[in-house]
Design a protein around this ligand. Structure first.
Ligand code: ADP
Ligand code: ADP
Length: 219
């Protein structure tokens, strides 16, 4: 079955008298090895969707399933454990802890997931092409190195699902191509990938493009 599934997701935000319908019945799934892009104008609900899929936010209605396990409507510690094991999260703001070296960031992600057979950090860093930056702290990395390091952390537990929100938003075209190649490599190893992006290069690389408008999907 699908590695990632959303069924009829609803999310409302109320600020004062104003109610925003951020997600209005979103259903979608991503198969193992598939790369799906989510596009849509600013405010269309992309970040809310990714947060619900990652279990960082709870939908008001509907259900999220990750790697065959229900993510939504479970206690926060249960979602956190499932996320650590089964969901690689790559957000634009970055997923690196600033005061830890790249290899320590990978080790931390693996400790949180509680795997007894973690992938060796050196192997992960070789996969993303920065084997020589294991001891570096994030502030000393170039933009491209930071993007590769973030991807290594997101993939540290070989998750069935990778969720990325504008992963190439701050990168030049050459680095974007490198990061996209690495994401495509992950799909070849069986990872299901969902990327929210404004980039036409991401949309062109994806196997499938989903369009969000006012919290609803059209294809
Ligand atoms: P996108 O990622 O496509 O820009 P978002 O998911 O960030 O869209 O936002 C979808 C809608 O939900 C927007 O109208 C936004 O203002 C609203 N929204 C998102 N998060 C919140 C929040 N925490 N409180 C109130 N409104 C929110
Ligand atoms: P060791 O040689 O014992 O491994 P390191 O020099 O690698 O020690 O540093 C230990 C920890 O401190 C590592 O997690 C590293 O990322 C962090 N660290 C090293 N230098 C800095 C720095 N300038 N700012 C923040 N953290 C740092």
């Amino acid at each position: 079955g699908p590695a990632l599934e959303a069924r009829s997701l609803y999310r409302f935000f109320r600020v004062g008298d104003e109610e925003t319908l951020a997600l209005q019945g979103v259903s979608m799934s991503v198969q193992p090895g598939e790369l799906v892009a989510v596009v849509g104008p600013s405010g269309s609900g992309k970040s809310t969707l990714l947060a619900c899929l990652a279990g960082l936010d709870e939908p008001d209605g509907g259900a999220v399933t990750v790697g065959g396990e229900r993510m939504s409507h479970r206690p926060e510690p249960v979602r956190a454990r499932l996320r650590a094991r089964s969901v690689g999260v790559l957000f634009q703001s970055g997923n690196l802890v600033e005061h830890l070296s790249v290899e320590a960031n990978i080790a931390l992600a693996q400790q949180l997931a509680g795997r007894d057979d973690p992938i060796r950090p050196a192997e992960l860093l070789a996969t993303v092409g920065i084997a020589d930056r294991a001891r570096a702290v994030p502030a000393t990395l170039s933009g491209g190195e930071a993007a590769r390091a973030g991807l290594a952390v997101a993939l540290a537990n070989d998750p069935p699902v990778l969720l990325a929100d504008e992963p190439t938003g701050e990168l030049d075209a050459a680095t974007e191509a490198v990061v996209l190649d690495l994401i495509v490599d992950a799909t070849r190893r069986g990872t299901a990938v969902l990327v929210a992006s404004h980039s036409p290069v991401v949309a062109a690389t994806a196997h499938r493009v989903l369009t969000l408008t006012d919290g609803r999907l059209a294809s």
